[in-house]
Design a protein around this ligand. Structure first.
Ligand code: HEC
Length: 138
């Protein structure tokens, strides 16, 4: 037999308010799922792979500025293996160039901005990686 208070509750609930309650329950469940998911919920791919996907078409799989886009670019993409040239460029500039694009560091607009694709942590990791590629510092 149903408990009297349950009976009262179901009587007072219009179909619309029941639907809303379901929605709220769903939202609460979704929130709980988010809380339970490990953070970050999606593991970031290794930074070399990020380079291969987003940078290599211009900077080259060999990282030396000879990507497949080269013939179409009026400014040569930076050779990231150039120890001297890269060594003369501070980390902050590399970070800014990657995050905000070439124009932000008075270089060519052909170097796109990646701030909407890569988060700051990934860009910091990329700068570190570039230092390994150029064998020019840390
Ligand atoms: C559409 C082609 C293109 C893509 C894609 C591209 N770049 Fe560039 N990048 C350039 C060009 C061209 C330059 C040279 C700009 C100049 O010297 O004026 C450059 C320069 C740079 C520089 C040197 C900035 C400086 O201050 O000297 C860095 C660092 C760099 N790119 C990193 C990256 C990274 C990391 C990615 C991928 C996330 C990437 N680029 C993707 C074209 C590209």
């Amino acid at each position: 037999m149903r408990h009297p208070s349950m009976f009262v509750a179901s009587l007072s609930m219009s179909p619309v308010s029941t639907a809303w309650k379901r929605l709220h329950l769903l939202a609460a469940l979704a929130g709980a799922a988010l809380l339970l998911a490990p953070t970050p919920s999606r593991a970031d791919p290794p930074i070399e792979q990020v380079y291969d996907v987003y940078c290599a078409q211009c900077h080259g799989l060999k990282r030396n500025g000879t990507g497949v886009n080269l013939p179409g670019l009026s400014v040569r993409p930076r050779d990231h293996t150039d120890t001297k040239g890269m060594g003369d460029t501070p980390n902050e500039e590399l970070f800014k160039a990657i995050k905000d694009g070439g124009l932000a560091v008075n270089k060519s607009a052909l170097m796109p901005s990646w701030g909407a694709v890569l988060n700051d942590q990934q860009i910091t990791e990329m700068v570190k990686y570039l230092r390994k590629v150029c064998k020019c510092g840390t």
